[in-house]
Design a protein around this ligand. Structure first.
Ligand SMILES: [Zn+2]
Length: 444
């Protein structure tokens, strides 16, 4: 059976995705494996996804035949429906809006706040549904020199809380702006905020993890540690391609993507045990986020509510690591609720619990410094050297006469090379406070 599983999957791969690796999630189970006895075996199989490891076991997803394989191998497992937090009751399904209703809600919110919001279609899902993102900023029609920030939710279709939180966040940004809330006005006036409530509307409507082809979108991105290590959209799912296009057309410096099935702030790397160059800094941001969400802060599973991704379980092809490795966009993965699809009336509770952290996290994009060249075609490379400890962050490439980087407080020497020639180094200081504005320097 194992062979059949493997062969059928290899066949699917050839037919559907010639150049990148897609992992199919037709079947999903909870593996009772508190000691991780089977983890190595599953990790070695490139067609399986391990998710949400706990002290009791973990979720395992794969193509058709996975259950049969587990039975034959006599590996103890349960249907996900039998695990608390995984089962979606029909009545709960009915209470949630459909993707079409979410589209309508977004249109109404943007229309009511048209001076600060713009609805942008990033393309279509596999089934042809619009992939919406909302830009929130003063002068939303213009690309201003302001730090760019993004939230992406619901890339796993059955992890629904993030989508609902994003809709409520948009409503509150609109309301707060109109009511002259000083912090919200600062965020909207000084930032270009992008909010995508649902990256996977097909999966949301089908209440399933993958997109309509069952592909796991959070395993569908390029990965610098695997053979799928070219930053190309070719052969990837339409939803993945849409996100890749968005990232390449902007200068996002900080972002988060939302999931469900656990409660924790997960930080890079996911794909390698090596330490991320900004490890201490991301932990600090994670602690700030988790510290204001009681359920996260007081977690028994994760001390202080944060975890390094790889230390929890390895993820190859995830969006988080891809965004920093190729685009310098510091991204974290925020798990919002143990229950992936809780009763609808609990959504407001989750939103109230996370609201302060969401707003403060957006503000963090202003802890940084950027450069704009007078000539928008300038390209080259840059790096920041911390003047206290000598550590170098970068180099990062840039190609459209602009970049912006989020960094820990400190003094830096910014080294820029254009057309192979080193420019004179620029000294910059970052000193972050509430209401801070990220610095942009203009260079000839
Ligand atoms: Zn997820």
């Amino acid at each position: 059976m194992f062979k059949i599983l493997f062969v059928s999957c290899a066949l699917l791969l050839c037919l559907a995705v010639p150049e990148s690796h897609a992992i199919y999630t037709h079947e999903g189970y909870f593996i009772h494996d508190p000691q991780g006895l089977y983890l190595q075996e599953f990790r070695r199989n490139p067609d399986l996804v391990i998710d949400h490891r706990t002290s009791l076991g973990y979720e395992l997803y794969g193509p058709e035949g996975l259950g049969e394989y587990l039975r034959q191998r006599q590996i103890p497992f349960s249907a996900l429906e039998d695990i608390p937090g995984q089962y979606i009751k029909d009545a709960e399904l009915a209470d949630y809006p459909t993707s079409a209703q979410i589209t309508q809600q977004l249109k109404e919110i943007v229309q009511a706040n048209s001076s600060i919001m713009k609805l942008i279609g990033l393309g279509k899902s596999h089934e042809g549904k619009d992939l919406w993102i909302v830009k929130v900023s003063d002068n939303p029609a213009i690309d201003e020199k302001e730090p760019e920030f993004k939230f992406v939710a619901n890339m796993h279709g059955n992890e629904i809380v993030g989508r609902e939180l994003m809709v409520r966040l948009l409503q509150d940004l609109g309301k707060g702006y109109q009511q002259q809330d000083p912090f919200i006005r600062h965020l909207v006036n000084d930032t270009e905020i992008y909010i995508m409530p649902s990256m996977n509307p097909d999966g949301a409507d089908k209440h399933q993890r993958g997109n309509s082809l069952y592909v796991d979108l959070n395993r569908n991105f390029p990965d610098f540690t695997t053979e799928d290590n070219t930053n190309t959209q070719v052969g990837r799912q339409p939803e993945t391609q849409a996100l890749m296009r968005l990232e390449s057309e902007h200068f996002f410096a900080l972002s988060a993507n939302f999931h469900g099935g656990a409660v924790v702030f997960n930080y890079a790397w996911d794909t390698t045990p090596e330490q991320h160059p900004l490890d201490a800094f991301i932990q600090e941001m994670g602690l700030e986020y988790a510290g204001q969400v009681p359920e996260m802060r007081d977690s028994r599973e994760f001390p202080r509510g944060i975890t390094n991704g790889y230390a929890w379980y390895e993820v190859d092809g995830g969006m988080q690591d891809w965004s920093y490795y190729w685009h310098g966009d510091l991204q974290s993965t925020i798990e919002l609720s143990d229950d992936k699809w809780p009763p609808y009336e609990q959504v407001d509770h989750y939103y109230q619990a996370h609201k302060t952290s969401l707003l403060n996290f957006i503000q963090r994009v202003h802890q940084g410094v950027g450069i704009t060249f007078l000539q928008p075609t300038v390209k080259g490379e840059y790096s920041f050297q911390n003047l206290e400890d000598g550590k170098v962050i970068g180099p990062f490439p840039f190609d459209r006469g602009e970049f912006y980087k989020v960094l820990p407080d400190g003094k830096y020497r910014l080294n820029i090379t254009t057309s192979g020639r080193a420019m004179e180094a620029i000294e910059v200081a970052i000193n972050y406070q509430r209401f801070s504005k990220g610095t942009y320097l203009t260079v000839r």
